[in-house]
Design a protein around this ligand. Sequence first.
Ligand SMILES: [Zn+2]
Length: 287
Amino acid sequence: MRGTDMQAAVTDMLAGLIQDGIAESGDYIDADTGLLMCGKCRSKKQTVVKLMGRTMKPSCLCRCKSEELEKEKQKRKDKELMEGISRLKSAGLQDRTFYGYTFANCDETHLCARYAHRYVGHFAEFQKNGQGLLFWGDVGTGKTFLAGCIANALMEKNIPVLMTSFPKLLNALGGLYSGEKNEYLKNLNHYQLLIIDDLGVERDTPYVLETVYLVIDERYKSGKPFIITTNLSLEKLQNPADLEHGRIYDRIMERCVPVAFSGKNYRTDKGSKNMENATGILRDEPT
Ligand SMILES: [Zn+2]
């Protein structure tokens, strides 16, 4: 074929490819390889495949097109993640005010705040060991706030958390038959972390105590971590008045690392080796 004929053939082929939607205007045929090239990024839009003695030139994605697709995919993923997180929050935060309880709004020079933040950072380890936290101390020392910070931070990592309280749980369980009750309590185990705010404010009746026990015991048996906040003193938790309180507190003490919210003293005196390990993780990380 003469040069001009060749050129005409290439121009025809390109026109055909444009018509078929394979090529766009500005694309060109590489003189050496005969492959279709992108006019924008100047990379291949066609590749060579040899199959049973025949050579074929199927189209492929040029660089700019595949980058564009990758960006769209990432955008879709980000959007799904954001939607997932907002679903998690609306299911997991039973109180609108909890939405504002975030580490962004938190003074982390406070030791308790640093422990809380480290719990989030090391959540996988705590989760593996089924270890939670016990935030104990007087009213108004920031226990609920920091528990909320943990909840929000984990949910932002797409980890399902439920932050609730015993009065709320008692309310929800109140109208249920015993089979439904068990179902409800088991369903709480879908949450990777269960935070129960304000242990000790509920009324001290046999029914309430039994229900609190059922909640704690179900979580305890699941091996999944939970965080309890309470105005009760550590001393009271370690020296329960009777068996009914004791079986609740013992399970909490076994699984939750105590963090004192008194401002001054941070104590973890009651605990197994496991606990000391956990406390080590909380303490050791350089800030
Ligand atoms: Zn391109």
